[in-house]
Design a protein around this ligand. Sequence first.
Ligand SMILES: [Zn+2]
Length: 360
Amino acid sequence: MKHAIKRNTNAKHLECLQCETIYPIDDYFEGCPACQKKEKPSNVTMIYSNYKKCMLPYDHYISMGEGCTPLLTVDLNEGPLYLKYEGQNPTGSHKDRMSALIVTRAIEKGYRGVAVASSGNAGLSFAAYCAYSGLDCIVISTRELNKNIQSYIKYYGARLILTETAMQRWEQLKQLTKEGFYPGSNYANPPIGTVHFGVQGYKCIAYEIVSQLQGSIPTKIIVPTSRGDLLAGIWQGFKEMEMNSLPKMIAVEPFARITAVLKGEAYTNSFAGKTVLKSIAGSTVTYQAVSAVRQSRGEAIVVSGEEALEAQRQLMKKGIFLEVSSASVVSAYQKLRRRRAIDKDDLVVAIGTSSGFIEI
Ligand SMILES: [Zn+2]
């Protein structure tokens, strides 16, 4: 067999993040059935019998060497910032951690391929991982998708479908799921995050950070956020480590979405706003994102496209090239320093989700 797949026998069952209902291990593409019925959709998460290391659904899965990314130190005027550089992953973004597990799950269940609605990074990642593992791949994006990324996705052998609007991508994906493709992203509206098998992959970022800080626990983690897979996955990882303290999770967004929910709006609402920060765009919020911010007593912070671009250039002067949506974390850090929401005693890690070279 080309790819050895072995389930983790410590995986016990699934639990809804919102209503805490327990379910047997399965896919639940639209999240917790009980919450879905109440039109309050929520992701489920996997529960294990022990957490001696970063527990994943599989002991052996299809890997292209994702993870174990460097923790860089960026010396800004405001003080040092740790940057977890996810651009080092095989296709240049954090999405590879998720693709590895979802592609493995699709093969285990005998799916013909994976289909994904993406603004770029997830599409590239799934196209590569499907090609590596011999699965078909369909990437659904909008016509605004960078022309070079369009070419790369096709070179990996994936089929590319371009829609007029971002919401139309989800309709297409829902249809492809009915036709036998495993969904590599959400397709429901109001949305949940990506299927839990994928989100699990992000937990290891928490373990890696603590190990790279030689056992120190950060006080704040800054994460570029759209549907919150990364935010929720890292938060889950920190909780599972059962350490003495937990970091506050800070969600960076291009306009007020989580910010509005924290002030009282329903997370199932639609939030209007335009942005050039494509990787964190979109008009929706998920329960998992709000829950990670609330549980950790963190916050959401808005960063504009101009501010992120400025931060991207500042980072390049330090030798680091992040995608502009990712560079928003540096701008968020600077704003929080100025507001004294971060002080000199804080140990702050920002997640640099993807390489700037993707956008060229
Ligand atoms: Zn539920």
